[in-house]
Ligand binder design. Structure first.
Ligand code: ADP
Ligand code: SF4
Ligand code: MG
Length: 322
């Protein structure tokens, strides 16, 4: 899609080069870390885990000496802390490459931040079926015409499973998600079950527990979350409303949640409009997964309390919004 790529970290271009060179041989530990976070075809958490980049972005203007990435870099030494690296120019296979790293030649030797050991697979004979849907269809009436947005979809989701839904814009992904959430009523003939119990088509007919168990992370947190509220208010409100938590228990859960989505504590007092896009999305995820927390609090052999039950990710394959 592009000929050259640049890596921006804390407002500084730390690496730049042809797309082929940067992806094949990254020369900055930040790029190396980002590429190690990428899920790729054939990779599975059961064979090896993705890596993460430890810590979080420094506050703007807070690093006045040395390399801006040093606090998160496992290759950092005295030299990195004292002297900011200049833009080193390297002749790469497809053109010039630039890296602001003293040790760009060995950037790829960056030690992993997390354990590579595969995630232990639970010794379950047959994971429990969480969501069961049969013959889901939705027809909208637009003027004199019927628009069939979803046609006869059936799916099974077991505990811990993630289903990826891919389709061109307008192919029905959002409508299917809304059907599962009960936000739009299905056409006649649809059947839904959650945890083996019948799940009514409309959210207003569902039990409180069923409403809590199915949550959505909207793609655009700007329109889904109140921009005037602080991060703390947004997460705390959902903990009270949907998990019935108060006082110390609520505070403790709030802390666990923000740690789980790696949202540094210093952002809790900030308003949504002050956060970057990625941080906003973390707040949206924290609000949604608190429901899974509740739902998984029953003893289960395979799941710890902080693991999701199942998830459905939907994404458009065209450039326009999903
Ligand atoms: N409330 C609605 N009223 C009428 N048509 C709708 C409504 N919601 C979605 N549609 C139509 O249903 C089809 C599927 O839409 P959608 O589920 O949003 O697709 P996707 O999420 O895959 O882009 C589109 O043709 C869209 O115009
Ligand atoms: S200069 Fe040092 S701290 Fe900065 S990225 Fe390179 S190795 Fe890491
Ligand atoms: Mg959509």
């Amino acid at each position: 899609m592009c000929d050259r790529v640049g890596m921006l970290y804390a407002g500084k271009l730390v690496e730049e080069g042809t797309t082929a060179d940067v992806f094949a041989k990254p020369r900055h530990p930040y790029t190396v870390g980002l590429l190690r976070c990428l899920p790729r075809e054939g990779r599975s958490k059961e064979t090896s885990r993705l890596d993460t980049i430890p810590g979080s972005l420094p506050l703007p203007g807070s690093v006045t000496q040395g390399c801006i990435f040093a606090s998160r870099c496992k290759l950092a030494d005295e030299r990195c802390l004292k002297n900011a690296p200049p833009p080193y120019r390297i002749a790469a296979a497809h053109g010039d490459q630039m890296s602001r790293c003293h040790y760009h030649k060995r950037a790829e030797s960056l030690p992993r931040a997390t354990d590579e050991a595969p995630v232990p697979v639970a010794a379950l004979d047959a994971p429990a079926l969480a969501l069961w849907a049969r013959n889901l269809s939705k027809t909208f009436r637009v003027g004199d015409e019927d628009v069939r947005a979803v046609h006869d979809v059936s799916l099974d989701l077991v505990q811990g499973e993630t289903l990826g839904l891919v389709g061109e814009s307008g192919s029905g992904k959002t409508t299917l998600a809304k059907l599962l959430l009960g936000l739009v009523a299905p056409d006649k003939g649809a059947m839904l079950e959650l945890d083996g119990k019948s799940l009514p088509g409309r959210v207003t007919h569902r039990s409180e527990e069923q409403v809590k168990s199915l949550q959505i992370v909207f793609q655009n947190p700007d329109s889904a979350l109140n921009r005037a509220h602080s991060v703390r208010q947004l997460i705390a409100r959902s903990l009270t409303k949907l998990a019935a938590l108060h006082g110390k228990a609520k505070e403790k859960r709030l802390q666990t949640l923000t740690e789980a989505v790696r949202l540094p504590e210093r952002y809790l007092g900030q308003r949504m409009r002050q956060l970057s896009g990625g941080l906003k999305q973390r707040v949206a995820i924290a609000r949604a997964i608190r429901a899974w927390w509740c739902a998984t609090s029953r003893p289960r052999r395979s799941m710890c309390r902080c693991r999701r039950r199942f998830s459905i990710c939907w994404r458009t394959c065209s450039a326009s919004g999903a």
